[in-house]
Design a protein around this ligand. Structure first.
Ligand SMILES: [Zn+2]
Length: 65
């Protein structure tokens, strides 16, 4: 198994309120985020219910003519 551990810059832990302690484990089935400070963990499915992330609207850039 190879899980990708990736820290989220600027993310704040909802439990201990510290910044830059949150990392995401990219599991194929169930991605989850964790805090290195207090041991907080949350699965991606929980995140989707409250606040949908990853739905980025494409920004249209106008080309100079
Ligand atoms: Zn924490």
């Amino acid at each position: 198994m190879s899980l990708q551990k990736r820290f989220i810059a600027g993310a704040r832990c909802p439990k201990c309120n510290k910044e830059d302690t949150i990392y995401v484990l990219k599991d194929e089935v169930n991605p989850s985020r964790h805090c290195v400070e207090c041991g907080f963990s949350e699965s991606q499915s929980d995140l989707d219910k409250s606040s949908p992330v990853g739905e980025w609207s494409p920004v249209r850039l106008t080309d100079p003519e």
